[in-house]
Design a protein around this ligand. Structure first.
Ligand code: HEC
Ligand code: HEC
Length: 283
């Protein structure tokens, strides 16, 4: 009876043939392990891609959810059970917007809004938004949200009283009016770093960040209420992203912007604001 112990001896010529293979296989395995250690503990952690936490990325790629960047702002406290918004895109709200009158809206703008947004849609201060080129759907949703109180924040307290007396038709009309005002910027700034342009156009798959263009593109491919960012005042722009990141603004359906804003670094937020800003003489 033969066992594993008394296997016939390997012929000397075969032994000689095996030796170099064993040597190279061992070198290969040791090299692979060493390379992985260098890559995992030194190259990747040292590479310092802003906003990219290697551990968060590795966990995410392994399907471990909920691991946030270690320097991300703290998770906002759970908000009280208020609805995100009362606005939904139904045949009724679409037809209200489709049949709104920019002409009637221009009268409301001249009576109420002009003091702070001008009739040309340009905010009177850097932390007042520009409404120029905004889509009617985006403006209408924000007006509804100020009226119902779901858009919160320090500056929201200035805006909210202005819409309390408006009904749905008037909100749709004034939205149609500002949507018809010509734009302030026709192209984004060209002097921002490459990484910022990449965030806008391709996002960052390693950080689970979709490109801004996916929703804020000039041709509006995203959710109906996505505002146009091009030409927005940089101060207002930065404040909105910070408010989303802190959870102070929480009227974005499905929390889309809160999730994205929490991932962005302060430098990226500044760079993105500069990318979309109107030309200097128009700010
Ligand atoms: C007293 C000044 C004031 C008046 C008058 C005013 N607004 Fe505003 N508006 C603001 C401020 C300040 C903000 C930014 C608030 C914030 O940060 O939430 C704002 C925000 C907005 C936004 C949100 C824009 C965005 O990009 O999300 C819209 C839309 C808007 N106003 C439309 C109007 C319309 C339409 C009127 C007239 C019916 C009007 N506002 C009257 C001060 C004013
Ligand atoms: C999945 C779609 C989506 C993507 C991707 C996205 N956004 Fe948004 N964003 C929205 C929507 C929808 C709103 C409006 C939220 C609301 O209803 O109040 C918004 C609002 C904003 C606002 C507030 C504008 C205002 O006028 O108040 C800013 C600033 C903004 N986004 C910046 C960005 C930037 C920068 C990126 C890329 C890093 C980005 N967004 C990517 C959907 C998106």
């Amino acid at each position: 009876m033969s066992t594993a112990h008394d296997r016939p001896a390997v012929p000397a010529e075969q032994e000689a043939l095996d030796r170099p293979w064993r040597r190279w296989a061992s070198i290969g395995v040791i090299g692979f392990v060493f390379g992985s250690l260098v890559l995992g503990f030194w190259v990747v952690p040292e590479s310092q891609v802003p906003g990219l936490d290697p551990w968060a990325t590795i966990c995410r790629s392994l399907g471990v959810p909920g691991y946030a960047r270690s320097d991300a702002p703290p998770a906002p406290p759970p908000s009280p059970a208020v609805p995100v918004t009362n606005v939904s895109w139904t045949p009724a709200s679409r037809s209200l917007l489709a049949n709104a009158s920019a002409e009637r809206g221009s009268k409301i703008a001249a009576e109420i809004c002009v003091a702070c947004h001008g009739t040309d849609g340009v905010g009177i201060a850097p932390n007042y938004p520009n409404l120029t080129r905004q889509s009617a759907a985006a403006i209408y949703k924000q007006l509804q949200d100020y009226k119902s109180g779901v858009r919160t924040g320090v500056m929201a307290a200035v805006m909210a009283p202005m819409v309390q007396g408006l009904d749905e038709q008037q909100m749709a009309d004034v939205a149609a009016y500002y949507a018809s005002v010509p734009p302030r910027a026709s192209r984004p700034a060209s002097n921002v770093p490459r990484e910022i342009v990449d965030l806008v156009k391709i996002g960052s798959p390693a950080r689970a960040l979709p490109p801004c263009d996916a929703c804020h593109g000039v041709n509006m491919s995203g959710p109906e209420e996505s505002p146009v960012l091009l030409g927005q005042s940089p101060t207002y722009f930065e404040e909105q992203l910070l408010a989303f990141a802190r959870g102070e603004r929480h009227n974005d359906i499905y929390g889309r912007m809160r999730v994205i804003a929490r991932q962005l670094t302060p430098d990226e937020i500044r760079g993105l604001a500069a990318y979309y800003a109107p030309p200097a003489q128009m700010q």
